[in-house]
Ligand binder design. Structure first.
Ligand code: ATP
Ligand code: MG
Length: 642
């Protein structure tokens, strides 16, 4: 990028990748010290890596250093980039005006909001829960917390009151920031009233700051609720950044909960910062004039690291989008790309698949000529979606980075570096420098060599590694470090292909064992999705007398659920044919249920534990469904069980 991108912070060729990788493994201290050098530190670190990477311990990075991440996201850029756009806000309704904030303006607004928080009693170390739509104030509030050393906990503004209350209570938050309402497609949805309901169960919360967004009427509770626009009139535009220790918590983020009770993943100041910046610059091969758009909500880790912190640390321009991909039409993403000349676009397979189902004219109506790099995250991208994305969005000219990582890893772990390391459909690719993936057997021995499959684990620590789960360190130890001592356990299964590229097969729990043959659910789904009738599918295993496990497929069809026998038969036959053609007879689904929707979390992931229970015949005790996008699909699925 510019003067503050020294050579070691940025890999530009395949040879440089190999050299950086080798150094990161052989001499991690020297490698990461060099990467960390150009940041703004109040005090330098004592040790680069420390603590204990063990089931009992906890890693530390840059311990002894002090810093403030917002000085690195904002103040540091004011000399060279004060008038450069930091944030382009694209509202839900394209007829309303978009908004642009330069680095200077963003800096000022963050300082003001930080002062509002201080005025209302928020102190370093306090937990502040943010329940806000994707508007600039969400980004500003996150940074304002970081400015004063408060720990932010963003809760996606679509979660139910019960889900908010769980998270507030787990974090023992004393302060909440929210808005009156949000806009989503053609609808306005009240927001503050949901928090009001939650707070009935949350004695720790003393105050709530309310941002006026849509003008929706709200009830302000005396002695608890204050308006942002009133408070901000009374504060200074200057807010010196709090000096934070490297290992002070920066944020708590609850994972999407597709596998059970949400975990409060904790990331700290320095390691997270260095990891977010390094992975952002390298994976997306960012240049000074890029306009970068990550469609993820800041409520997810992708929005934290690649919607906000990564781009701002790198001094880039990031697009913040309030709306949905299908409003006012399924061409909205493409329209926004042309409108703001987006050069790097990062989205999720679930969005790609839903837009694939719309007539292709919605894409063809836009030039998309500004694009140079495309990214995918959140789940394995099936080959059909990969090719569609590559051909129709990237016009065959943009490399795709399929980025594998987790809330717990803080940033991207395995991915192509755009245009540099190999990008192959259905492969995340090679590990980033600093990441040592291994495949383990069930007994924990490493599987060497290529063309192998096993449990994906990471040997050794990296700067963005999860430090703890909030209030329950034992849970982090049990979940990630005890299963295979000496490794961080990802919970995902993976295959290392003939060339050493990693393919993520899916969660370990999602592997189906049919008569001794192990299949990843993603593999079977990818095959099913090849049928011309299919939009999306989810498969799970269920107990089968003969095979051990049988395959139960839930399938969404192109033109809705077929109603006539002949259509049903034709669809099912095509599904079976696709599986037989792409995998083999052995992976043929035993049961196929045609459905109108799948139980998805708000981040677009299928909540398989529900599908598994239904397939197993358990239809009453389905557990917490409050984080589902549309809990009603569960009723339909239960009713239609095969
Ligand atoms: P929970 O841990 O609460 O069940 P979650 O795992 O869905 O929630 P995230 O941390 O957002 O929460 O998601 C990480 C998971 O998403 C990975 O472990 C992996 O299963 C999947 N994933 C993310 N990116 C990719 C990718 N590029 N390819 C394949 N799988 C991916
Ligand atoms: Mg997970």
């Amino acid at each position: 990028m510019s003067e503050n991108t020294p050579a070691h912070a940025r890999v530009r060729t395949l040879d440089e990748y190999h050299a950086a990788y080798q150094q990161s493994v052989e001499d991690p201290d020297a490698f990461w010290a060099a990467v960390a050098e150009p940041f703004t530190w109040r005090r330098k670190w004592g040790s680069v890596r420390g603590g204990q990477f063990s089931p009992e311990g906890q890693s530390t990075w840059f311990d002894g250093a002090t810093l403030n991440i917002t000085e690195n996201c904002l103040d540091r850029h004011l000399e060279q980039r004060a008038n450069k756009l930091a944030i382009i806000f694209e509202p839900n309704d394209p007829r309303t005006r978009h908004l642009r904030l330069t680095y200077r303006e963003l800096h000022a607004q963050v300082c003001e909001m930080a002062n509002v928080l201080k005025k209302n009693g928020v102190k370093k170390g306090d937990r502040v829960v943010l329940y806000l739509p994707m508007i600039p104030q969400l980004a500003i509030a996150v940074l304002a917390c970081a400015r004063i050393g408060a720990v932010h906990g963003v809760v996606f503004a679509g979660f139910s009151a019960a889900a908010i209350a769980d998270r507030i209570n787990d974090a023992q938050a004393s302060f909440v920031i929210t808005a009156d309402a949000l806009e989503r497609g053609a609808k306005q949805i009240p927001v503050k009233s949901v928090v009001d309901e939650a707070l009935a169960q949350c004695p720790s919360v003393k105050r709530m700051l309310v941002v006026e967004h849509t003008g929706w009427p709200v009830q302000m509770v005396a002695d608890r609720d204050v308006w942002f626009h009133e408070e901000v009139m009374e504060v200074d535009k200057n807010c010196p950044a709090e000096e934070m220790a490297a290992e002070d918590p920066l944020f708590i983020l609850y994972t999407s909960g597709s596998t059970g009770k949400p975990k409060g993943v904790v990331h700290t100041q320095a390691g997270y910062m260095v990891w977010a910046d390094y992975t952002f610059r390298n994976v997306f091969q960012v240049e000074e004039n890029d306009v970068y758009w990550c469609t993820a909500d800041i409520g997810w880790v992708t929005g934290h690291t690649y919607g906000l912190y990564g781009p701002l640390l790198a001094g880039s321009t990031t697009v913040l989008f309030e709306g949905v991909p299908t409003f006012p039409s399924p061409g909205r993403f493409w329209e926004v790309i042309d409108k703001h000349n987006v050069t790097i676009f990062y989205t999720a397979p679930t969005a790609i698949r839903s837009l694939m189902a719309a007539p292709i004219d919605h894409v063809l109506a836009y030039s998309l000529s500004s694009l140079r790099i495309l990214g995918s995250v959140g789940e394995p991208i099936n080959e059909e979606a990969w090719h569609w994305y590559h051909q129709h969005v990237g016009k065959g000219r943009c490399p795709i980075v399929d980025t594998w990582w987790q809330t717990e890893t803080g940033g991207i772990m395995i991915s192509a570096m755009a245009g540099i390391t190999p990008s192959v459909p259905a492969r995340a690719g090679l590990p980033l420098p600093g990441v040592q993936p291994v495949l383990l057997n069930q007994d924990g021995t490493e599987i060497k060599g290529n063309d192998q499959e096993g449990y994906l684990a990471i040997k050794g620590s990296w700067p963005g590694i999860i430090r703890t789960t909030w209030g329950d360190h034992a849970r982090a130890q049990q979940t990630y470090f005890q299963p295979y001592p000496g490794y961080y356990f990802t919970g995902d299964g993976a295959r290392r292909d003939e060339q050493g590229l990693y393919r993520i097969i899916g969660r370990v729990d999602d592997v189906i064992n049919v008569s001794g043959h192990r299949f990843g659910t993603a593999e079977i789904e990818s095959a099913i999705n090849e049928s011309e009738f299919v939009v999306e599918s989810a498969v799970v295993g269920y107990p089968h007398d003969v095979k051990g496990q049988g395959i139960y497929a839930y399938v969404i069809c192109q033109n809705g659920v077929p109603t006539t026998d002949i259509d049903i038969q034709r669809t099912e036959a095509s599904i079976v044919e696709a599986v037989v053609a792409h995998i083999g007879r052995i992976a043929k689904p035993d049961k196929i249920q045609l459905v109108s929707g799948l139980p998805k979390t708000r981040s677009g992931k299928i909540m398989r534990r529900i599908l598994r229970k239904v397939a197993e015949g358990e239809t009453t005790n389905l557990g917490d469904v409050t984080t589902l996008l549309d809990p009603l699909v569960v009723d339909e699925i239960v009713a239609g069980k095969k």
